[in-house]
Design a protein around this ligand. Sequence first.
Ligand code: FES
Length: 91
Amino acid sequence: MVHSINNYNRILVDFYDNGRNIMSEIKVTVTDNGPYILDFPVEIVNSDDETIRDSSKRVFLCRCGESNNKPFCDGTHKKISFESVVKPKNS
Ligand code: FES
């Protein structure tokens, strides 16, 4: 699955569970005024397919574009008073 987030590095997010496709079981939360939260073991790779985070814990991805540790959230959104409340409808 390919995500394009905030006009910087394209982020590929592979969801896995012993090789089984579990896309429908993944939860991604778009927080109010903050990061994306991925709640499931995920492998995040760069555009060269190199793993940059292999996690069995929550992953916070920057949504404001100002993190010094992109693509991960480092809390900068609070310092810059990032404002974005997204309430998409189910599609
Ligand atoms: S959303 Fe947290 S640093 Fe960008």
